[in-house]
Design a protein around this ligand. Structure first.
Ligand code: S3P
Length: 442
């Protein structure tokens, strides 16, 4: 049942230690790379959210043997281009842009036609950003000129390496090209605006031939394709994007303290911490360690009264791309006018997040100035809400749902927030963690 949740009270002061659900980006990458490896790979603590389950379902349909139980997920890889499926097979990526774009790129050497579909939100999202490079490799897409799902992809045996510039700072596009490069004999060369680098770190760990250099604010990546790699085991750390909601819940709750254990704090993902610390938060990373190239730490955060506005440096955008909604909430409580620019990509997400973020702040009585690319938020340090607020169904965006829940628990008002089921996409236990900290939900 997907009954709206009602929140009528702000959360009481808390002092807790919590675990977070596993990293979504890494869970999806584990599954896809394991399906291309040679041998049985195992993941412990894989995220069991709809995006990851849809990734596994797609791979199963492509003939990959997968076992999933309480303890682990094992995947029997048979090497590059080893998927076995019938012509005209349909695979459904659900709500997951990462699954659709990354799996698509693993299919470019198979001459059989395969139909890729997704839910309503995913079917509105731009796929040209991966179609273009994949066509350069030699893959075909039908109907011609269609740039959204559903569409058909069919590969060819004559895949050739490419040179490609990825200038959006999109990790999905970069990863799609890197995965496609595995099918092409020879060296694919990428010039990329920096973005989360999990795929690069996994390639290195798996000893896939990869060379990375950094020059004048760009990453230059070379991947040599055509060589199989061995299966691997992976234990998933917690997700910083899911943690971000609890970081802000704590920050905006007077005298509260929270420790979030074992989170992936890869510097390409910690934009939210950098931005909030620039706004006056004192978020600390404790017990830092490295696991297979990834940085892991406990995140320590305390409630803060003196938050100040930010003119957000654009080099932090890509590392906070999924966290802007919750950062906007902090800006609404900060002293001064915050300015976030060059974030038009937010309107390409599960919903038009830049626009919706602004509308929700306006509904709360917070003034904003919005363009297609930027937002100014006029902060009110004494902001307290006391009206009724209803977030309706049509949004269907997990991060909007979670942002509104945190607003209700920290700023007050009587909230009715539709579509709690949306959290299944990335963070199925979100409401349980809220309750465990003391949030009252009806
Ligand atoms: C992701 C990359 C980001 C992010 C998405 C997950 C990934 O998208 O918004 O939730 O796992 O690579 P873009 O790379 O398209 O910005």
């Amino acid at each position: 049942m997907n009954k709206p949740i009602l929140i009528q009270n702000i959360i009481k002061r808390f002092n807790k230690k919590i675990n977070m659900s596993a990293d979504k980006s890494l869970s999806i990458r584990f599954a896809i790379l394991a399906s291309l490896a040679t041998g049985k790979s195992k993941a412990y603590n894989l995220l069991k959210s709809e995006d990851v389950m849809n990734t596994l379902k797609c791979l199963k349909k492509l003939g990959v043997k997968i076992k999933l139980n309480e303890k682990y997920c094992s995947i029997d890889g048979r090497g590059l281009n080893s998927y076995v499926f019938k012509d005209n097979l349909t695979i459904d990526a659900g709500n997951s842009g990462t699954a659709a774009r990354l799996i698509c790129s693993t299919l470019i050497k198979s001459p059989k036609k395969i139909k890729i579909i997704g839910d309503k939100s995913l079917s509105n999202r731009d796929m040209k950003r991966v179609i273009d490079p994949l066509k350069k490799f030699g893959a075909n897409f039908y109907p011609k000129n269609k740039i959204t799902l559903p569409f058909y992809v069919s590969g060819t045996k004559n895949i050739r390496p490419i040179n490609y510039k990825e200038l959006r700072g999109s990790a999905q596009c970069k990863s799609a090209v890197m995965l496609a490069a595995l099918s092409a004999r020879g060296t694919t060369k990428l010039k990329c605006k920096p973005s989360r680098n999990h795929t690069e770190l996994l390639f290195k760990y798996l000893k896939i031939p990869i060379k990375i250099t950094k020059k004048k604010g760009f990453d230059y990546i070379e991947v040599k394709g055509g060589e199989n790699f061995n299966s691997f085991n992976y234990t998933l750390p917690g997700d910083i994007s899911s943690s971000a909601f609890f970081i802000v819940l704590t920050l905006l709750s007077k005298k509260s303290i929270l420790l979030i254990r074992n989170i992936n704090v890869n510097p390409t993902r910690t934009g939210v911490i950098d931005i909030l610390n620039l706004m006056g938060a004192k978020i600390k990373l404790k017990n830092k360690k490295t696991y297979k190239g990834e940085k892991i730490a406990n995140i320590f955060v305390e409630g803060s009264q003196n938050l100040k506005a930010i003119n957000c440096p654009t080099n932090l955008n890509s590392g906070a791309i999924d966290e802007f909604l919750i950062i906007f909430l902090v800006a609404a409580k900060a002293n001064g006018i915050s300015y976030f620019k060059k974030i038009g990509e937010l309107n390409q997400k599960e919903s038009r997040r830049l626009e919706w973020g602004s509308k929700i702040l306006n509904m709360m009585g917070v003034k904003t100035k919005l363009t297609n690319e930027s937002i100014k938020i006029y902060g009110q340090p004494n902001l307290v809400l006391n009206k009724k607020y209803h977030i309706k169904n049509y949004l269907k965006d997990h991060r909007i749902f979670m942002m509104c829940t945190i607003a209700a628990l920290t700023l007050g008002g009587k909230w009715k927030i539709n579509d709690p089921d949306s959290i299944k996409t990335s963070f199925p236990s979100f409401l349980n963690v809220i309750k465990n900290i003391g949030g009252e939900l009806n």
